[in-house]
Design a protein around this ligand. Structure first.
Ligand SMILES: Nc1ncnc2c1ncn2[C@@H]1O[C@H](COP(=O)(O)OP(=O)(O)O)[C@@H](O)[C@H]1O
Ligand SMILES: [Mg+2]
Length: 379
């Protein structure tokens, strides 16, 4: 998930690979409680999470932000509380390699999926792939949509193909790839498939070829993936979120990131320092003062990006907006952060909703899509 998350990451605190299955679980027990089986009237939800404290060991010399997308117990407790407040039965489970057997045992009506994945090129697609294989309903993107939207070059190719405006881009597999002549400085460099500003720092803005090649070399070595190089779009950071499906979607107030609260030495970009290290310095304008026409246009674009990438239930689309009012699409977050402090949560709160309302809106979108009634019975 991308967006503000309250994280303090300690790579050294990772568990060993030999840890027992029970340790890998969050605070909930392995066996479902009696009420899970006996309370047949209510919806049974498996809340699937990836906790930073359960992450497998990362490679030596891994950058300190490598686990920044993983979750914390207190956030997981908030997702569970939102659904339990509706008297649903909720079991919390780590979305790891042991998931399939557990799901077959507990047979939930639906899974609420928040799993970012612990690693791999398509890590957000891993849990959806298990759920698709088992035929269990779940919230959020399919494996295909998750894999596409987690990969910035693939997403941008699809958006460009649909005539949607994205910054000019080139994916670099190595620092020595030939720079296309149409790629004009300043350029922006970020990992091809990360989120939460991971790998995005001041040096992501390159003003000459030496800076570009240095940053590409660092991204490729540290994150073990291609580097996405884009035209640097000077302008405002805008993000627009929705819940729902098809034409039945609800847009939350659009947010503009206000960079004035961050230390002056930080460039006005929404990288990992701004999102995690200086999270408490975050300021925004929500709703962003865009005027009616531009607000409608950003929403229209968000919806189109949501549809063409095949996302489901919720999403957040990030833009850069130039001074002349031209929006460029940076990415879609198919599994956006919904912690109590995430961007999407702040947007929901700006229209008077609570964090619990937002969690339930995501769930409701999925229930409606599957035709599952709130009592856990298929309609
Ligand atoms: N092409 C670009 N031009 C200008 N700024 C960019 C560009 N791409 C990314 N950024 C900056 O980096 C931030 C994070 O980029 P984004 O693609 O949304 O990655 P993430 O998945 O880490 O959120 C953006 O919000 C913006 O501030
Ligand atoms: Mg983003």
């Amino acid at each position: 998930m991308s967006g503000n998350t309250t994280k303090s990451i300690s790579i050294n605190s990772n568990h060993s690979p030999e840890q027992s299955e029970e340790q890998e679980l969050s605070s909930e027990s392995l066996e479902p409680p009696q009420s899970w089986r006996s309370n047949t009237a209510t919806l049974k939800i498996a809340l699937l999470v990836n906790l930073a404290r359960n992450a497998p060991p990362v490679h030596r010399n891994a950058p300190s932000d490598i686990l920044a997308e993983l979750d914390e117990d207190k956030n997981v407790d908030a997702y569970a509380a939102a659904m339990r407040a509706r008297n649903y039965e909720v079991l919390i489970r780590e979305g790891n390699g042991h998931l399939a057997g557990w799901l077959e045992k507990v047979q939930p009506d639906i899974c609420f999926n928040t799993c970012e994945g612990f690693g791999g090129e398509s890590r957000e697609a891993q849990v959806p792939a298990i759920l698709e294989m088992l035929g269990i309903p779940y919230t959020g993107p399919t494996p295909l949509a998750a894999a596409i939207t987690h990969d910035k070059p693939t997403t941008q190719r699809i958006l460009a193909c649909h005539g949607l405006l994205v910054p000019r881009f080139q994916a670099f597999n190595t620092p020595n790839d030939v720079l296309r002549p149409d790629m004009v400085f300043p350029l922006f460099i970020k990992p091809a498939h990360e989120g939460t500003g991971i790998g995005i720092h001041n040096d992501s803005i390159a003003r000459n070829e030496a800076q570009l090649r240095n940053k590409v070399a660092q991204v490729v070595a540290d994150y073990q993936q291609p580097a996405m190089v884009e035209t640097y779009i000077e302008g405002k950071d805008i993000t627009c979120g929705l819940t729902g499906n098809g034409d039945d979607v609800h847009f939350y107030p659009i947010t503009e990131v206000d960079f004035s609260g961050y230390p002056h030495e930080l460039e006005p970009i929404y990288g990992v320092e701004q999102k995690v290290d200086y999270e408490s310095y975050y300021r925004n304008k929500c709703p962003a003062p865009l005027g009616e026409a531009l607000t409608a246009e950003i929403r229209r674009l968000t919806h189109e990006v949501f549809l063409v990438t095949g996302c489901r239930d919720f999403a957040r689309v990030d833009f850069r907006l130039t001074e002349s009012g031209q929006p460029y699409i940076l990415e879609i977050n198919g599994l956006p952060g919904i912690t109590p402090f995430s961007d999407l949560t702040l947007m929901a709160q700006a229209e008077g909703l609570t964090h619990a309302d937002l969690v339930c809106n995501v769930l409701d979108a999925a229930l409606k899509r599957y035709g599952i009634t709130k009592l856990g019975l298929r309609s």
